[in-house]
Each structure stands twice: as C-alpha cells, then as structure tokens.
Design a protein around this ligand. Structure first.
Ligand SMILES: [Zn+2]
Length: 483
C-alpha cells in the first residue's frame, strides 16, 4: 500500500530517469524525495505485487525495498503530471490502476486493461527489473493514460495508431522526467540549453537498451532503447518492412513511433527557444504547456490511418487556442514539417489565419464514441478459419485535410481504411502477434507456427467470436524489449 500522510516526513530514494546511463547499465542518478502517496492524485495507482509496502525510508540500491519505492516514485510522478492535465478522467480499468512489479521472468513490460505489468529478466548473472526504470514505468503508465483519454485507439486496425500509442508512452516519459528539478538542471548543462540534442532526456531506457544489446546488438540504439533525437522522416508504414535493425525504420509500432516522438521533441525544443530565457523555470513551463497541447490534441484528433498528421495539426490548433500570444504554433510546425509528419503542400490548413478561423475548441472529441466503426475484411487467403473477419477500422471522419510528406514533392495519399487494416493484420501475422484458436484454424495454421517460441505469450491480438463473426480484438499493448 502507500505511505500514510503523517507529520513525520519520510524520505525515499529513487532513480531520476533510469538506472543506466548512456551505454552503461549503471550510472543513473539517484534522487531523494518524500515518500509518495499513490492514492492522492486524480490517476491513483496501487502496487498489488508485492502486496506489502516496505516502510518508507532510504534503502540500498538493488534491494526489493528500494525497487518498490523507485517504482512508486515513477508512478506518482506520472499520475500527478497527467491528472493535472486532464482532471476528472478515470482509468479504463476503474478507479485505481493495479500494478504488478514482478509479473514474470522476461525483459518486458505491458499494459493490458487489467493493469501495468513489469517483469524481471536475466542477462548473464544479472537480473534486470523493468519496473525500476522511471522511463519504462512512465511509458507504460502513458499507455494507460492514453487509453483513458482515447479508448477507441485500443482496437484500431492501423499501424500508425498502434505506433502513436508507443510514441505517447515515450512522450509521457520525457514530460514526466522534466518534472524532476535535477533533471532540468542536468539537461540544460548537457545540451548547452539547445534541447534538441541527444541527452539523458532524449535517451530513453538506457539500462534496458544495454540488456537487449547483450543478446541482440543491433536491435536498439547503441546507448539507449530509443532516442527522441533522431532523423527519421515520415513514410507510409504500409510500405515498410515488419522488422529492421534499430538504426532504420520499420512498421513495428515501437520503431515507427520514433518519427512522431522526434517531431514532438524538436517542437518542444523550439517552444523552449521562444522563451526569453532558457532556464529551468521556463523548461518546466514548456513541459506543462506541451502536456496540455498534446493531450487536448489527442482528444480532438480524428482516428484515421494517417493519425500522426491529424494529431499534429490538432496540436497546432490547441496551441493557437490556449497560448495565442506565444510562438508555439510556428515552433511545433517546424518540428512536424522537418520530420515529414505534415507536408508543406498541406500548409494551407495550418496557417495562423486558418487556425484562427477554425473554431475547434478544447474538449471537443470528433470521435464517434469509445469504439471505432466496424469493417468486414476479406481474409480467405490467410486460412484464419473464416473468409471474413470484422475489424475496428480507423475510419472516423477526417477533420483536417492534412497528410504526411511524399519523399519527392507534395502530400502522401492516405491509404483506404480497408488497405490500412489489412496491412495491420499482415504485420501481426508476420510478427506472430495474433493469437489464433487452433481448433478453428488447424494446428498447421499461420498462427500456430509463431506460438510462444520462447515460452512467453507475445500475442497482442486475438480473433474473438462476436455472434456469427470473428472480430479482431487487442489483448494488450506489449512493450516487449527483446525481439
Ligand atoms: Zn509501449
């Protein structure tokens, strides 16, 4: 359980942003903070495993007691940040989000509409705990926040929507890091106040990145799991391979997410530059403003196959509405243009005059509800036990006529919803993520060949009976750290 409020202030030790540092699994900075009360914010969490909270005090690194309070500190940091941005919203799972710090042996963490699950994984003689890293905890917590705010993304049959969920996790980790005073101080020193530089802020989950590289050296970045400062340029995800080494782009959601995260990070760095002083106070203010812009834009964005560009233009719209005297719109626009998320050819939509004319207001949700429209997809060629399946299609009415950039000139043509859905399904099949019932499909079916290769259930989706139909449903958002 959580620390009870009392007159005696208890102090715990936790990681500032990660137990690792750069290309080392160690070297993360420790901070000391008052023991958090996980029930106190508008997004309460509860650590259910372990069931008993150790007495709040300073513990040695690598002890179970230290890990408990390190995880609690991260959960509290993320819950405080997001509940201030979107007050009054509750978790998809109910009032309190359960957290399991020791869900099994694996280098993994996931969110599954039951709670947050963290794992312990061995590399050589050493055990790593995914719940120990603030970057990982705030990333998973971000999935749950996004699911609370925009539940219709959960079942969307779209590569870009799945990738946005991953990007939101990373953006959440970055924004939550900036709530730590020592982090703001250190990142300004490390980057010379030019935020869009590789730094401890942009390098996410250094320790887990190291752990993965020990068995798969090219799977991730050389000094972290993912770096928010990168030069990936938008491409149609349907045209990308399902897997590539970490230094190139694939349609795998974590890989593809890096485009949006870097455009966001560059936009935020530009916002910081617009401030008269590049100091810690303004960095904190920019992180709070960015949180508001991002979450309100997500709420308003139409769910379509080209979801990145819809969120981007809504971010400019919200920035213009909430901060009309700032230069945030220009700052964000530069980031999105540079990474190809929006094309110069669609710039008529997001000129200041057009944004002012558009009466989009905060809290407006263009979605039709908590579920996306259903679409019947012909799938006879996959031997799935049915010639047709039903999917939740990213087929909401597109509110802004924007698109990503072509590699030569102009805007990319958005794929039709059924093409995007089929591409998403094929990706799931290639990556062994679709759980199939062998009694329906036969033991030699396409799903069975991938089943639990290493003893772990890696499935993210299943085909569920829905009356006479088979419907594609998400089981979990798996942030599996080794591929
Ligand atoms: Zn994730």
């Amino acid at each position: 359980m959580t620390a009870k409020k009392s007159n005696i202030q208890t102090t715990i030790a936790a990681w500032e942003h990660d137990p690792g540092s750069g290309n080392s699994p160690d070297g993360g900075q420790l901070i000391q903070i008052p023991a958090p009360d996980l029930s106190a914010s508008g997004f309460p969490t509860l650590i259910e495993n372990p069931a008993e909270a150790p007495a709040p005090q300073l513990y040695k690194i690598a002890s179970a007691e230290f890990r408990y309070w390190a995880a609690a500190a991260s959960l509290n940091r993320a819950s405080e940040f997001w509940s201030n941005q979107v007050p009054g919203i509750t978790w998809q799972v109910g009032k309190v989000l359960p957290v399991d710090l020791y869900h099994g042996d694996d280098l993994n963490a996931y969110y599954d509409r039951v709670g947050l699950r963290f794992f312990q994984g061995n590399v050589g003689a050493r055990t790593f705990y995914s719940g120990e890293s603030p970057d990982v905890v705030c990333h998973e917590h971000g999935h749950a926040v996004l699911d609370a705010v925009k539940p219709q993304l959960w079942d969307a049959a779209s590569i870009e929507v799945a990738a946005f969920h991953e990007s939101f996790g990373d953006m959440s980790a970055i924004l939550c890091q900036l709530q730590v005073p020592s982090m703001r101080h250190a990142v300004l020193l490390e980057t010379g106040k030019t935020l869009y530089r590789s730094s401890r802020l942009s390098r996410l989950a250094e320790q887990l990145g190291w752990a993965i590289r020990q068995s798969n050296p090219t799977a991730v970045d050389p000094d972290c799991l993912r770096n928010a400062v990168n030069s990936f340029f938008y491409q149609d995800p349907d045209t990308l391979p399902s897997y590539t080494p970490g230094n190139s782009l694939s349609s795998e959601p974590h890989s593809f997410s890096r485009i949006f995260t870097s455009a966001f990070f560059e936009g935020m760095a530009n916002m910081f530059k617009t401030k008269p002083l590049q100091d810690e106070e303004n960095l904190l203010q920019v992180s709070l403003d960015m949180g508001k812009i991002l979450i309100n834009a997500v709420k308003a964005a139409s769910v379509v196959p080209t979801f990145f560009s819809q969120v981007a233009v809504n971010m400019m719209q919200v920035a213009n509405s909430l901060f009309p005297k700032s230069n945030y719109v220009q700052a964000l626009k530069s980031g999105f243009l540079k990474h190809g998320i929006i094309s110069p050819a669609s710039s008529g939509v997001f000129t200041l005059a057009a944004l002012k004319k558009n009466k989009v207001v905060l809290d407006l949700d263009h979605s039709s509800g908590s579920e996306l429209p259903k679409l019947s997809l012909a799938v006879h060629e996959y031997n799935l036990g049915s010639d047709n399946i039903v999917v939740h299609s990213a087929a909401e009415v597109k509110h802004f006529n924007v698109a990503g950039a072509n590699l030569d000139i102009g805007s990319m043509e958005a794929p039709a919803e059924d093409v995007a859905a089929k591409s998403f399904l094929e990706d799931l099949l290639r990556r062994g993520r679709l759980k199939l019932d062998n009694t329906v499909q036969g033991s030699a079916g396409i799903g069975s060949q991938f089943y639990a290769q290493d003893g772990h259930d890696r499935h993210t989706h299943e085909l569920r009976k829905d009356g006479k139909d088979l419907i594609l449903k998400r089981l979990r958002i798996d942030c599996c750290f080794h591929r």
